[in-house]
Every structure is written in structure tokens, then in C-alpha cells.
Design a protein around this ligand. Structure first.
Ligand SMILES: Nc1nc2c(c(=O)[nH]1)N[C@H]1C(S)=C(S)[C@@H](COP(=O)(O)OP(=O)(O)OC[C@H]3O[C@@H](n4cnc5c(=O)[nH]c(N)nc54)[C@H](O)[C@@H]3O)O[C@H]1N2
Ligand SMILES: Nc1nc2c(c(=O)[nH]1)N[C@H]1C(S)=C(S)[C@@H](COP(=O)(O)OP(=O)(O)OC[C@H]3O[C@@H](n4cnc5c(=O)[nH]c(N)nc54)[C@H](O)[C@@H]3O)O[C@H]1N2
Ligand code: SF4
Ligand SMILES: [Mo]
Length: 721
């Protein structure tokens, strides 16, 4: 029997609407859902081939326990019992921090995963929490918290009304317009605006696919956007080009900004960022005087030591030139559900890490600290880890050190679809479910859509019988460990009672599931046209519902700062900027004259779709992109084997010569070099390309604790054949 299901893709925040054809329980076709009123416009080959991961030949299909060098299948009862007993024994001996946990990017695309993982971490009381934010968007959280009062307050881009786009450290032509916002077809829409006369400026050390189409490409020195942005702010404030009303009424701290820029010298900043002073001045004037404009910042800024300062100054530009909450600028979308409020309730207690002595950011410690927290003996040492939706050996810094650390754990539990590099030492592999096998209603991201929109992400096929959703694993684990979910007494008993009732009455719907919370959040929804959203509305509209027009005027009221103003100059950011100004300009250390840049591929998703045949030609690897003039000096020709090395590691790849990267920058795609193991069949691991993060050390941006994945200095040499 053939049926059609409408849902949306949960690989990236573009959240493309999908029309999926199913025969029996098998997906035969995935196409864009052109009846989706909001979000199908970025539809790409990753979404089109998403069934390949569902049917991955090496997929983990039942809990698997390590025995010697291999794995054997076990029941869920055995798995949960064994993990619970071993974790409880470690907690009894060493305290709760002996149990560490890491959650990666895909966990955020599920409505229940992170919530119940947090419930479980709260249950056991561990503070050994690590998350993908420290290799991605922590700077955004830190800046949003300090300036707007909530780490989750992320203004969205009003692309269709913008006349001047200043895009910094982002390549939307490849990555889609997404970080913590969903702007469907954002890049195409920006190009449409360009055809209507808008200007697109791309700031990137590489002439990317996006930079190619831009009106202006500013090839900034890697890691020095803060200097460029400070210079732009300086020109605007010195020349009195700011938006006087917003600087007086909406924001506080503009005088502190004035004091800061008075100490900076334009020529010095220009030297630091490697861009001509006249170009900076022109950019500042054009941006400030454009009718409608926005700054958009992304991972190209955040993955550097000055990432938070860069992210902050990007938002400062939006604020001081009157772009917040105005057409063509950055708007606050309230969403159908108040995620900011929930985030306040779910706030993690502050904690200082044992070895590095650093605070948590956005509820977790930095991934860069994880190896030492495992390797350093003493009270609080991590002895067991749970990795949920993550591949931190590939995605995080110094993968070799993390791999060594993971190897020495008493217990490593992995929750994933496939066993990858970070999972090779796992004692237990717990089989998760693909988003095509589950329903999601993403209340937490409802204020990240660029128009008021909601869609119930329907389940398309039934999951393999012995796989489970993550929330269920966390609930069962907490119950088996006899530790109260969310740290709230009574909840475990309630869930168990609901399961007993469901079993006795043979009505599985009576057993607790996160579906209940989704329904509750819908019941709490904001009113549109005088009425609240209902569950029935959602079910009756499988393509999703545009709840109303884009509204302006919600920003001020949504601010969570005590004085309801934007804090334009949080003291810790100003102090850090002064520190950066006092440091001499960045210079390469002896023997490592190049900086290691980074790229994404349209057909890869971080470290996890590279092996799928529908996405990459067979034998596809990552290579190293070298500026043609640099290559000539090094005696490297196209196709040569090249060694790229840093003080902590080396990798070998084929050279591709190009004038796209700035001189002094070599670029290697991230996410490659992850082996794919075969726990069921026992076949040899497969591997594609090399992991460029093996070259990255544990340096972090001190304000956001984000790893400096895009600043590493490396040497480059030809490998003699
Ligand atoms: N050099 C460099 N490094 C980077 C970046 C960069 O730009 N440059 N980018 C960074 C960024 S932005 C990110 S987000 C991180 C990503 O870092 P991570 O999130 O740690 O790693 P991923 O590569 O996304 O791996 C995700 C894992 O989740 C599994 N998975 C997929 N769906 C599900 C699911 O529904 N349930 C479960 N349980 N598992 C699932 C996949 O099989 C895969 O093993 O990498 C960061 N690392
Ligand atoms: N196809 C595909 N799409 C994706 C993903 C994917 O893996 N594949 N990942 C998704 C995820 S998890 C995320 S977080 C987003 C990320 O979305 P983006 O942040 O747009 O990611 P990138 O395409 O890596 O673009 C980052 C750009 O920053 C540039 N850059 C590096 N260093 C600097 C610098 O110092 N200054 C400036 N100005 N630029 C610099 C790089 O050259 C690169 O072009 O993409 C999402 N979309
Ligand atoms: S992976 Fe592709 S299809 Fe899926 S949401 Fe992102 S852009 Fe859309
Ligand atoms: Mo990311």
C-alpha cells in the first residue's frame, strides 16, 4: 500500500517541509512539500536521501553489549539494568560527577531528547555536563544573555525587507540560512533582494559560494572580525551616524561603547583585520545609512578566541543603527510558545569545573575540558560517560586526546543510530530512532522561525522494533537507578503508575510520554487572531500553519533584562575588548605559518552523512585548499599529497589549488575521518577522509568557552612520493 506523509526535515534548522512516499513501511521517495506554506525552500540532497540513514546497512538495531572485541545483542532490560547498576556503583563510590554526559547537535532537533536527558542528569545530580554549544553557538548564548537577558533570545532575520546585508562568517549558499533561526530559502531570498537593489556584503577569509555572489567580499584575517567590527562601530559613533532614539531609549551602555572606541585606533584595527581603512570606513557609512539593514553572524565568528566579542559587536551594530525590531533588520518572533520562560525554569545551577576551574555556559562545560576531566585522577573524576547524538572525537578539538580518555572509562554508553569514531570504545550501544520514525513538535524553536509558524513533524515510518526514543531511555535509566527525574520526587512513581494502568487497560496511550507535554505546550500557546492554537489545528494541517503575519513590536517587551533595555556594553565584553586591544596583533608561531580554515559541504552534515552513497561520489574524501601563490612558494602542485601539521597532530590530504582562500589560509572541510563500525556484522570499519580537528588544541574563547576550531596555526609541506 502506498501512502504519502507530510512532515519536515530535522537535519538542520532550515526545517524543510517534506512530502514522503511510503510503501508498506518503506520510504520510496522524499520530495519537497510544496504545499508547506513556510519552509520547504532549502530542500537539498540530504533531505532527499534521508531514508538512507534509516536503512543504513550498519545501523544499530538492538542494544549491544561489548564482549571482548565485538558486540552481542541484549534486551533493553539487560541494558538498562547493567548501565543503572554500574552507574549507581560509581556514584556510591565517587559521587554523581563521576558520570559524565555529552549531547550533540541532532539532540536539538527532537522535542523530547534534551529535556529528558536533562531530567536524567538532574536525577543523578551530575555536573559533568558537556554539549555541542562549545564547538558551535555558545557565543550567541552568552551575548544574548548579557545583552537581552536570556540566552535563548535570538532575534530572527527579516530578509525580504532588507537593503543591506552584512554577513559575517557564514556561507548560506552551502549551509542554508540557519544557526539558531529558521529562514527558509534565506539565501535565495537575499539574492532576490539583491536583484531588487539590495547590497550583500560577505565577510569571510575565503571567497566562498556566497562571497562569489555578493556585491562586496571582505577577505578578513581569520579570527580578527572583532577588530573589523570595532572599527565599524567606531566610525559610526565618531561620525554620529548612530540611531539616536534607539541609542537613548532602547539601549544602555552606548557611552561605554564611545569610551571604548575612543581608545582604539582605526589604522591599528585595519592592520589587525587585514582590511584597508578606507574599505572599513565605507562599509560603516553604507551600513549605517542604508535604509534597512542587518548584521548576521555565524560559526565563522564564533569558533575563534575573540568569538564572543565579535558576536557582541555584530549585535551592537544592529542595535546602535536601529535595526532591532524594524523591517529589514532583526525581529523578535514570540512563537506559539514562550520558550524563554521554559528556559528560565530549566536553568542549570552554576558549577565550576574541577580541572580547568571554569563556569558552565548554557548549562554545560566546554568539550575542550572533557579529556582532562576523564584523565585527571581525584574526587569528581569522570569514570562513566554517556554520549547522546554526538561525535565529539571528530567535531571537537584534539580528538586523539579525547579518544585516549574515552578508552580508559569504566563505562561508555552511546545513544546513536550508527557506531562512529567517538563510539569505538563503547561498552553499550543503544539504538536510537531517526526523525522519520518519530513525531516532533519543536516548542523550543518556535520563536526561531522568521514568521509565526508551527508544524507537527509527523512520524513517517515505524521504527525497527528494538530501537527506542531517547526520552524513554533516560526515563527508564532514572527509574532503574532509583533517582528522581528532574530531581522532583514523585515523578518516577507517577510514570510507573501510568505504565501499569496502560498495561492493565491495554491502552498504551495512557502510559506517560512527552506527547503529553507537547499537548500542554499547545494548550499554553499564544493567541493568534484572538484564539489559541489547538491540537486539532495541528493535526488538520500537516503542511504546517502560518499563524499570522510577521509582527514587529514584540522585542522590547520580550527583553529579559531587569530594566527592559538592551545592554549594549556588558562590562565583561568591554574588558575583553580592551584586553584584545592591548595584545599585539596575531602572528604565526615559528614553524606554523598558516591558519587552518574550515568549510562545510552541501552534502555533508557535520560528521555524519559522508558515508551515504546517495550523497557523495564513491571514494569522496576531504582535501586541503591552498592559495595558489602559497602553493607555488611551497613547491606544491595540484593533486600532490600534502602534510598539514600543528604542535599536536598531523594529517595527510591531496592539495587543491585555488585563489579562493586568503593567502596564509589553508582550508580543510570538517567532519571527515570518522570511521563507521559494524557492530552487528563485524566487518572492517569504513573511513572517508581525515579529521582536521586532530590539529586543534584545547584553547577556548574565555567568554563562551568555545573551542578555537578555526584559528589553529599549522605548517604545510609536500609529502615526497
Ligand atoms: N573544525 C570544525 N569543527 C566543527 C565545526 C566546524 O565548523 N569546524 N562545526 C561545529 C558544529 S556547528 C557542530 S553543530 C558540531 C557537531 O558536533 P556533534 O553534534 O558532536 O557531532 P555530529 O557530527 O553532528 O554527530 C552527530 C551524531 O548524532 C547521530 N545522530 C543523528 N541523528 C540522531 C538521533 O536522532 N538520535 C541519536 N541518538 N543520534 C543521532 C549521528 O549518527 C552522529 O553520530 O561540530 C562542530 N565542529
Ligand atoms: N550542508 C550543510 N549545511 C549545514 C551544516 C552542515 O554540516 N552541512 N551544518 C549546520 C550547522 S550545525 C550549523 S551550526 C550551520 C553553520 O552555518 P555557517 O556558520 O554558515 O557555516 P559554514 O558554511 O561553515 O560557514 C562559516 C564560514 O565562516 C568562514 N570563516 C572561518 N573563519 C572566519 C573568520 O575568522 N572570520 C569570518 N568572517 N569568517 C570566517 C568560513 O570560511 C566559512 O565560509 O550550518 C548548518 N547547515
Ligand atoms: S538538510 Fe537540507 S532538506 Fe534538510 S532541513 Fe537542511 S536544507 Fe532542508
Ligand atoms: Mo552547528
Amino acid at each position: 500500500m502506498t501512502s504519502t506523509v507530510h512532515t519536515f526535515c530535522r537535519y538542520c534548522m532550515a526545517s524543510c517541509g517534506l512530502e514522503v512516499t511510503v510503501e508498506g513501511n518503506r520510504i520510496t521517495k522524499i520530495a519537497p512539500d510544496k504545499q508547506n506554506p513556510h519552509s520547504w525552500h532549502d530542500f537539498c540532497a540530504k533531505g532527499r536521501t534521508a531514508n538512507q540513514l534509516v536503512e543504513h546497512p550498519r545501523r544499530i538495531l538492538a542494544p549491544m553489549r561489548r564482549v571482548g572485541d565485538g558486540y552481542v545483542e541484549a534486551t533493553w532490560d539487560e541494558a538498562i539494568r547493567d548501565i543503572a547498576d554500574r552507574m549507581n556503583a560509581l556514584i556510591d563510590a565517587d559521587g554523581p560527577d563521576a558520570i559524565g554526559a555529552y549531547y550533540g547537535n541532532p539532540s536539538g532537533h527532537s522535542s523530547s531528547n534534551v529535556m529528558f536527558m536533562s531530567a536524567w542528569m538532574d536525577a543523578i545530580g551530575t555536573r559533568s555536563r558537556f554539549a555541542v554549544g562549545s564547538v558551535d553557538q555558545n557565543a550567541l548564548h552568552v551575548v544574548a544573555e548579557a545583552m537581552f537577558g536570556s540566552a535563548l533570545m535570538v532575534p530572527v532575520s527579516d530578509v525580504d525587507n532588507c537593503d543591506y546585508f552584512l554577513l559575517i562568517g557564514t556561507n548560506p549558499a552551502v549551509s542554508a540560512w540557519n544557526w539558531l533561526e529558521t529562514v527558509p530559502g534565506g539565501w535565495q531570498r537575499a539574492l532576490n533582494r539583491q536583484r531588487e537593489g539590495a547590497t550583500i556584503v560577505v565577510v569571510d577569509p575565503v571567497r566562498t559560494e556566497s562571497a562569489e555572489k555578493a556585491d562586496v567580499h571582505l577577505a578578513v584575517r581569520p579570527g580578527q572580525d572583532w577588530a573589523l567590527l570595532l572599527a565599524v562601530v567606531k566610525v559610526i559613533l565618531d561620525e554620529r551616524l548612530e540611531h539616536t532614539t534607539d541609542c537613548r531609549d532602547l539601549a544602555t551602555g552606548v557611552d561605554d561603547l564611545r569610551a571604548l572606541v575612543a581608545e582604539a585606533d582605526l589604522d591599528d584595527l585595519s592592520t589587525r583585520c587585514g582590511l584597508d581603512r578606507t574599505v572599513i570606513e565605507r562599509t560603516a557609512r553604507d551600513f549605517a545609512t542604508a535604509r534597512r539593514a542587518m548584521v548576521v553572524t555565524r560559526t565563522g565568528i564564533s569558533l575563534h578566541a575573540a568569538g564572543t566579542v565579535g558576536e557582541w559587536l555584530g549585535q551592537v551594530l544592529n542595535v546602535i543603527t536601529g535595526r532591532m525590531d524594524r523591517p529589514g533588520g532583526r525581529r523578535f518572533e514570540p512563537g506559539y510558545f514562550d520558550a524563554l520562560r521554559l528556559a528560565e525554569l530549566a536553568k542549570t545551577k552554576p558549577h565550576v569545573s574541577r580541572v580547568a576551574g571554569r563556569e558552565m555556559v548554557a548549562g554545560a562545560h566546554a568539550l575542550a575540558e572533557l579529556p582532562d576531566e576523564i584523565l585527571t585522577p581525584g574526587p569528581g573524576q569522570i569514570r562513566a560517560m554517556l554520549i547522546n547524538c554526538g561525535n565529539p572525537v571528530i567535531s571537537g578539538p584534539d580528538g586523539a586526546k579525547l579518544d585516549r580518555a574515552l578508552a580508559q572509562l569504566d563505562l561508555l554508553v552511546v545513544v546513536d543510530l550508527v557506531q562512529r569514531e567517538s563510539h569505538r570504545h563503547a561498552h553499550w550501544l543503544l539504538p536510537a530512532q531517526h526523525w522519520l520514525e518519530r513525531a516532533d513538535l519543536l516548542a523550543f524553536t518556535s520563536n526561531m522561525h522568521d514568521e509565526p509558524f508551527v508544524q507537527y513533524g509527523a512520524k513517517v515510518v515505524e521504527p525497527p522494533p528494538d530501537t527506542r526514543p531517547e526520552w524513554r531511555m533516560f526515563v527508564d535509566l532514572a527509574i532503574a537507578m532509583r533517582r528522581p527525574l528532574f530531581g522532583a520526587r514523585g515523578l518516577n512513581g507517577f510514570i510507573r503508575a501510568s505504565r501499569r494502568v496502560a498495561a492493565a487497560t491495554r491502552r498504551p496511550g495512557l502510559a506517560f510520554s512527552p506527547d503529553w507535554l507537547d499537548r500542554l505546550f499547545v494548550r499554553m500557546s499564544r493567541k493568534y487572531n484572538g484564539r489559541r492554537l489547538t491540537w486539532r489545528d495541528l493535526m488538520a494541517n500537516p503542511h504546517g500553519i502560518v499563524l499570522g503575519p510577521r509582527e514587529f513590536g514584540h522585542f522590547r517587551g520580550a527583553l529579559r533584562t531587569a530594566d527592559k533595555r538592551v545592554h549594549a556594553a556588558p562590562p565583561e565584553f568591554v574588558a575583553r575588548a580592551r584586553e584584545l586591544l592591548a595584545e599585539p596583533g596575531a602572528t604565526a608561531p615559528d614553524g606554523y605559518p598558516f591558519q587552518l580554515g574550515n568549510r562545510r559541504n552541501r552534502h555533508s552534515m557535520n560528521s555524519w552523512l559522508n558515508e551515504l552513497p546517495g550523497l557523495h561520489r564513491s571514494g569522496k574524501r576531504n582535501d586541503v585548499l591552498i592559495n595558489t601563490a602559497d602553493a607555488a612558494e611551497l613547491g606544491i602542485a595540484a593533486g600532490d599529497r600534502v602534510r598539514v601539521f600543528s604542535p599536536i597532530g598531523e594529517v595527510e590530504l591531496a592539495a587543491v589549488l585555488s585563489d579562493r582562500p586568503r593567502r596564509g589560509l589553508v582550508v580543510v572541510d570538517h567532519g571527515w575521518g570518522s570511521r563507521i563500525f559494524d557492530p552487528r556484522g563485524g566487518a572492517e570499519p569504513q573511513s572517508f577522509g581525515v579529521n582536521r580537528n586532530l590539529l586543534v588544541g584545547d584553547e577556548v574563547d574565555p567568554l563562551s568557552q568555545t573551542s578555537t576550531l578555526s584559528s589553529t596555526y599549522v605548517g604545510v609541506e609536500r609529502v615526497d612520493p
